[in-house]
Design a binder for this molecule. Structure first.
Ligand SMILES: [Zn+2]
Length: 269
């Protein structure tokens, strides 16, 4: 059995400020470096859990922003790193059996969700699929689910883990912190957080045949409400995208073949 671990940065243990995730100054870059070290420690806890559960191959991918967050010399040697242009093919060619998300955050508009957003903090106010609002855990689940792969484990703040269970059912979750408003968070102690990740990863392997892959209803309508009307002006330059409100567009999709199928909106993200 093989697992793919996808990572994000907002839901990593000890990451507790916006600038750790989006550094601007030199001082903030030092903070961001510490966040990247914490990312590697969370990832390694999950890798250890999956290896101890008997998984054959543990593939890991770097999902936050441009995918340049990993400190490769810190990665557990038993994991195999997949670059940005490669990981999708491991899903579409069904080289993995289960999927895990480390460092997740809740969807845009979640109260006390640390750095809550759906794909874009700057441009997207809301994302709906067939009329219901979802965030990035759903986006991943719909993509891997199209290839019969279930998400069995998620780590992140309280709200990310709650939403994961709302969307995916009784999966394993590892809560590593709680948000205080949007821009602050309090983490559980590092050792405890990594123990939770390790245990959740280890237990989640047993869910392979219990958790069903997410199968979305197709054809589907995808609706995005932007922060500003000009983003919407740009989006509708595509003839497949229709404006249904000053800041809201929608499009129809009849398949999910790649990760971007439901997300591409021809406008800033
Ligand atoms: Zn991110």
């Amino acid at each position: 059995m093989n697992v793919l671990i996808m990572t994000d940065l907002e839901g990593i243990t000890n990451v507790d400020s916006y600038y750790a995730v989006w550094p601007q100054t030199e001082e903030q870059k030092e903070e961001a470096y510490r966040a990247r070290q914490d990312l590697m420690r969370d990832v390694n806890a999950a890798v250890a859990g999956f290896i101890d559960a008997g998984v054959d191959h543990v593939y890991v991918a770097d999902g936050h922003y441009a995918g340049k967050n990993f400190i490769h010399e810190m990665l557990d040697e038993r994991a195999e790193f997949l670059s940005r242009d490669v990981w999708e093919s491991y899903v579409t060619e069904r080289k993995v059996d289960i999927h895990a998300e480390i460092g997740s955050h809740s969807m845009a508009g979640t109260l006390n969700g640390f750095l809550d957003h759906s794909q874009s903090s700057n441009a997207w106010f809301d994302f709906k699929f067939n009329g219901k609002s979802y965030g990035e855990i759903f986006h991943s689940a719909a993509f891997v689910g199209a290839y019969d792969i279930p998400i069995v484990m998620v780590s992140g703040d309280v709200t990310a883990c709650e939403q994961a269970r709302q969307v995916l059912g009784d999966i394993e979750t590892a809560v590593v912190k709680r948000g205080i408003g949007r821009n602050k968070a309090v983490s559980v102690p590092s050792e405890e957080a990594r123990r939770r990740i390790y245990e959740a990863a280890k237990r989640s392997v047993k869910l392979k045949d219990k958790i069903k892959p997410l199968k979305v209803h197709l054809p589907a309508v995808v609706t995005v409400t932007y922060m500003r009307t000009d983003f919407c002006d740009e989006a509708i330059l595509s003839d497949k995208i229709h404006r249904i409100g000053p800041r809201t567009v929608e499009k129809y999709i009849d398949k999910i073949e790649n990760f971007e199928d439901m997300l591409r909106m021809n406008a800033p993200r």
